[in-house]
Write a protein of this length. Structure first.
Length: 180
């Protein structure tokens, strides 16, 4: 028969994995001391200076790049009078054309301007508005096409051309009252 003695069943039911004092000490060590060292290691890792950042070397620049504006709105005075050719020249063109930098024709130099004047006003205006060679569009400025045209005429006429200065388009209210 089987050994169903209640004393033996009761003794086997209460025995656990720790059977001697050495195993008890190892269990206590691995249960309490090792987790403390793991926690200390994690604290050092979190507070260290050389941890990898999420997707960027400089966190501030990365945040600014992610939240930058998609577009901008520029409000201008619609009633502002267009600038004259001389004003535009002094504001934008004089930097290169006074000294003849990067191959630009010097202001008032008829010999340098002669081949350009022969191409006509439209070709000069196109080069000034869209840029040509080292000159960026509008010479790097932010003017209306009428103002750029006036500057082109001012520079070319100083060098011997006989271009007529472009006129501002008539205001819609002025054309309506002129039609009556």
């Amino acid at each position: 028969m089987s050994d169903n003695n209640p004393a033996n069943v009761h003794a086997e039911a209460h025995t656990g994995p720790v059977k001697n004092p050495r195993q008890l000490l190892l269990t206590v060590f691995f249960s309490f001391v090792v987790p403390i060292f793991v926690i200390i290691g994690l604290v050092f890792y979190v507070t260290s200076d050389k941890k990898p950042e999420a997707g960027a070397v400089n966190l501030e620049q990365a945040v600014e790049a992610r939240i930058q504006k998609i577009g901008t709105i520029e409000i201008r005075d619609a009633n502002r009078q267009p600038k004259s050719g001389e004003e535009v020249f002094k504001a934008q063109c004089t930097t290169c054309h006074t000294a003849g930098l990067i191959g630009s024709p010097k202001f008032g130099d008829a010999v340098a301007w002669a081949p350009r004047i022969k191409t006509g006003y439209e070709a000069l205006l196109n080069s000034a508005v869209k840029g040509k060679n080292a000159m960026p569009a509008q010479g790097g400025g932010d003017f209306e096409e009428l103002e750029i045209g006036r500057a082109v005429v001012y520079m070319a006429n100083t060098a011997g051309a006989k271009f007529e200065e472009p006129k501002a388009p008539a205001a819609p209210a002025a054309t309506a009252s002129a039609a009556k």
